[in-house]
Design a protein around this ligand. Structure first.
Ligand code: GLY
Ligand code: MN
Ligand code: MN
Length: 430
C-alpha cells in the first residue's frame, strides 16, 4: 500500500503511447527501476524510484523493469513489465511488494512477469529488434561519478548483444516528460497544497529564538501528516545572512530578532515534487529596508511571470529578467549605472546580488528534465524564483512560485499562497 493516492493508470498508458510513437521502426526500449542504495552496515537509503521508469509505468518499487517493443512479433512482449518476485520471507521482513495484479492496476500493463524471467526473455526477443533504446541520466547538472543501475545495464547489454544499434532514450523522455498531462497537473497541485499548509503552519510558529531545525521539524510534520513522503529536496531554512548561501541546508542556527527567514522547501507527493520559497521577518515585522528589497524581488517575480508563455526561450527570458533586476538593484543603491558601464560582460554587476537562474523545469524531479534550448510549450511547468542576496546587510530574499505554461500565457499555481509583505505580517500577528 502506498501512502499517496495512486495516479490513474491512464496517465501511464498515455505516457507509454506517446513514448512508443517516437521510437524508430523495429526498436526495443528497456527501462529499469532505481536500486536501493546501501548506506553503512546493513542500512540503506530510502528508495526513490527512477523518474523515467515511474513516468512510463507508475511502478514505485526497486528491482523492476519495463520493455517497450511495439513491433515485436510476439504480442505479449510489445509491452511487458517485470517485477521483483516476492515471497513470504520478504513479506515478513520488508513488507508488501506488488503482486502481478497490483502491478497491472498501477501501470495498465497486462503482461507482467517476475524479474528473474527478464534475462531469458530479453534473449528471446532482442534479435527481432534492430535498435535498442537504453536510458541514462542526461541531466546536464548531474555530476556524480557513482555507476548507477542504468550505466551498468548498458555495459551488460553491450557485452551480450554487441552488434545491435544502441540509441539514447533520454532526449525523448526529456521532451515528453516536460509537457504535463491534465492529471499530472492536478496531482502536482496537491503537492503544492501541502506546501501551502506547511507555510501557514510555519508562519504561526516562527519567532525570535527558535532554531532553524525546529522550523524544519514543523515543515516535515505538516508534510508527513498530509500524506507526503517527505521533502522534495533538502530543505533550506536560512535565517539572516545564512540566506545568502544558496544551498544552505545545515539549518542549525538561531533565528534572531530583526532578521529575515528564507524557507525554500516543498512536499513530495506520490513522486511529484513541489518547490516554493518564501522569505519573511522572524519577529513578524519587516524593517523599511527589508521591505524595500522584498518588494523589489516581488516586482521582478511578477514581471518575470508575465513573460512566460509558449514560444519563449528560457535563456532569453532569463536575460530579460536580469535587465529588470538590474534596474531594481540600482534603485536599491546596490549597484550604479557606472558599475554597469564598467562591468565585465562575463560577470555583469547584477550577479553580485542575483547570481542564479530565474527558472527551472518542475515535475517528478525538482530540477526536472526538459530541453532548455527549445521554445516553451503549453503544459510545461517552471519555477519562477528571483532573489536578492546582500551578505553585507545580512539580507537574503528569494521568492519562488510554480508556473504552468498554458496556450494563452501562464498560470501561477501558487498565486493563492500568501506573498504580499503586508499579508504575511498580518498572518504572523494573528
Ligand atoms: N530548492 C531548489 C530550487 O529552488 O531550485
Ligand atoms: Mn526552491
Ligand atoms: Mn526552484
Amino acid at each position: 500500500m502506498k501512502r499517496y493516492k495512486l495516479l490513474s493508470n491512464q496517465v501511464f498508458i498515455e505516457n507509454r503511447k506517446r513514448f512508443a510513437s517516437t521510437l524508430a521502426k523495429n526498436s526495443i526500449a528497456i527501462f529499469n527501476s532505481n536500486e536501493v542504495i546501501p548506506k553503512n552496515g546493513d542500512a540503506y537509503y530510502d528508495f526513490k524510484q527512477n523518474s523515467d521508469m515511474f513516468w512510463l509505468t507508475g511502478i514505485d518499487q526497486e528491482e523492476c523493469a519495463v520493455v517497450i517493443f511495439p513491433d515485436c512479433a510476439i504480442p505479449a512482449y510489445r509491452e511487458a513489465l517485470f517485477i521483483k518476485r516476492t515471497n513470504e520471507h520478504i513479506a515478513v521482513w520488508d513488507g508488501h511488494k506488488y503482486t502481478k495484479q497490483e502491478a497491472t492496476e498501477a501501470s495498465g500493463i497486462e503482461n507482467v512477469f517476475w524479474m528473474d524471467e527478464f534475462d531469458g526473455m530479453i534473449r528471446a526477443i532482442v534479435n527481432m529488434a534492430e535498435r535498442i533504446y537504453l536510458n541514462t541520466n542526461e541531466n546536464d547538472r548531474a555530476s556524480s561519478t557513482v555507476p548507477y543501475k542504468d550505466l551498468r545495464f548498458i555495459d551488460e547489454m553491450r557485452q551480450r548483444f554487441p552488434l545491435h544499434q544502441y540509441e539514447r532514450a533520454a532526449p525523448m523522455l526529456q521532451r515528453l516528460r516536460s509537457v504535463k498531462s491534465t492529471l499530472e497537473i492536478e496531482y502536482m497541485k496537491h503537492a503544492i497544497e501541502i506546501s501551502n499548509q506547511m507555510f501557514l503552519r510555519v508562519l504561526k510558529f516562527v519567532k525570535p529564538g527558535v532554531k532553524e531545525y525546529e522550523i524544519e521539524a514543523e515543515v516535515i510534520h505538516e508534510f508527513i501528516r498530509n500524506g507526503a513522503r517527505g521533502h522534495s529536496f533538502s530543505p533550506i531554512v536560512a535565517a539572516g545572512k545564512n540566506a545568502c548561501t544558496l544551498h544552505y541546508i545545515d539549518n542549525a542556527d538561531t533565528c534572531n530578532d530583526g532578521d529575515l527567514l528564507l524557507l525554500d522547501t516543498g512536499a513530495e507527493y506520490g513522486n511529484y515534487i513541489s518547490d516554493m520559497t518564501r522569505t519573511f521577518p522572524i519577529n513578524g515585522k519587516f524593517t523599511a529596508r527589508q521591505k524595500a528589497v522584498y518588494n523589489a524581488v516581488l516586482r521582478v517575480m511578477r514581471a518575470a511571470k508575465s513573460m512566460l508563455k509558449p514560444g519563449v526561450m528560457l535563456m532569453e527570458y532569463h536575460a530579460e529578467v536580469c535587465k529588470i533586476m538590474e534596474q531594481e538593484l540600482i534603485q536599491l543603491g546596490l549597484i550604479s549605472v557606472d558599475d554597469i558601464k564598467n562591468q565585465n560582460p562575463a560577470w555583469p554587476a547584477f550577479k553580485k546580488y542575483f547570481m542564479h537562474g530565474t527558472s527551472h523545469f518542475l515535475g517528478l524531479d525538482v530540477h526536472d528534465v526538459g530541453m532548455r534550448y527549445e521554445p516553451m510549450k503549453a503544459g510545461m511547468m517552471f519555477s519562477c524564483e528571483p532573489g536578492i542576496y546582500i551578505p553585507e546587510e545580512g539580507i537574503g530574499i528569494r521568492l519562488e512560485n510554480e508556473i504552468l505554461i498554458t496556450d494563452n500565457g501562464c498560470i501561477d499555481l501558487m498565486e493563492h499562497i500568501p506573498i504580499e509583505a503586508d499579508h504575511i505580517e498580518t498572518l504572523m500577528h494573528q
